[in-house]
Design a protein around this ligand. Structure first.
Ligand SMILES: C[S@@+](CC[C@H](N)C(=O)[O-])C[C@H]1O[C@@H](n2cnc3c(N)ncnc32)[C@H](O)[C@@H]1O
Length: 264
């Protein structure tokens, strides 16, 4: 299973995820009776929004963190009649109550190292003609943060998959998706004060790095990363995707993995 998150801390922060979510939701075409999978749903902000757009439909909320799902249950207390909550790892084939008309996801898929497997797992639960709409960190994402971490740690763990447009498009087509619309959007998050930046880095960005440090080393590490950023800004680049599942896998595609210049 993937790592646990500080779900309560997550929900107390101002999250750029809210605007990423609105942008992604605007690309999801719904009539109101569909079943939608919220993949990597976290604490359920988008699950709630989807339920609001689906008066005659259902949402299946999937996440690998029990803490995030517990927080989702609190948020959606009393609204679970059209909701299934599934604790599952998106890197594995999904066992859902039934097929879904759409898969939606915000800020989760860059945590998944193998996008070929991920897209295959999502295709396997979609009806033919079903939509895939997601956004996540893309090629060049948080380059300043990566640079700061690299300057502090010798053996930096490779925890993110920031894919580019061409490789994502090829992977989607190989998994059977058509009408693909894939883009990269530069969308920095500016923090009004330093304390907020530090809390944000700790809770949202660098949790997987902190897991590898002793508890007494963590505060100094986060402080050092924040001090090395050129401004109180997290320099996000978002991978935005809309695609339709054709009903069967496409021809296999050999994808050559690219890396941001500073990682080559
Ligand atoms: C940054 S949070 C985003 C949560 C929510 N979508 C939002 O926008 O607020 C990333 C979420 O992806 C989930 N996640 C990461 N890897 C996963 C995996 N392999 N399987 C299931 N969930 C995963 C995490 O547990 C976490 O809740």
């Amino acid at each position: 299973m993937p790592r646990e998150w500080d779900a309560h801390g997550y929900d107390t922060l101002p999250l750029p995820h809210e605007r990423w979510s609105l942008r992604a939701l605007s690309h999801l075409l719904l009539t109101g009776g569909e079943t939608v999978l919220d993949a990597g749903c976290g604490t359920g902000r988008d699950t709630a929004a989807l339920l609001g757009r689906l008066p005659g439909g259902r949402v299946i909320a999937v996440d690998g963190s029990t803490a995030m799902l517990d927080q989702l249950r609190v948020r959606l207390d009393g609204r679970t009649d059209r909701l299934e909550i599934v604790h599952a790892d998106l890197t594995q084939p999904l066992q859902l109550p039934g097929p879904v008309d759409a898969v939606f996801s915000v800020a989760a898929f860059h945590w998944i190292p193998d996008h070929d497997a991920l897209f295959g797992n999502l295709a396997a639960v979609l009806v033919p003609g079903g939509q895939l709409v997601f956004e996540c960190g893309g090629y060049g994402n948080i380059a300043s943060v990566i640079h700061a971490v690299d300057s502090l740690v010798d053996d930096v763990p490779d925890v993110w998959n920031f894919a580019d447009v061409a490789e994502t498009d090829a992977r989607l087509r190989a998994a059977g998706f058509v009408n693909t619309e894939v883009g990269l959007v530069t969308d920095p998050a500016v923090f009004p004060d330093d304390d907020l930046l530090v809390r944000y880095l700790e809770t949202v960005v660098l949790g997987a790095h902190l897991d590898r440090l002793r508890v007494d080393e963590r505060a100094a590490f986060i402080r050092a990363v924040a001090d090395r950023l050129p401004a109180p800004v997290v320099d996000y680049v978002r991978l935005t995707v809309r695609a339709v599942f054709a009903g069967q896998p496409g021809p296999p595609s050999k994808v050559v993995r690219s890396r941001p210049a500073e990682q080559q």
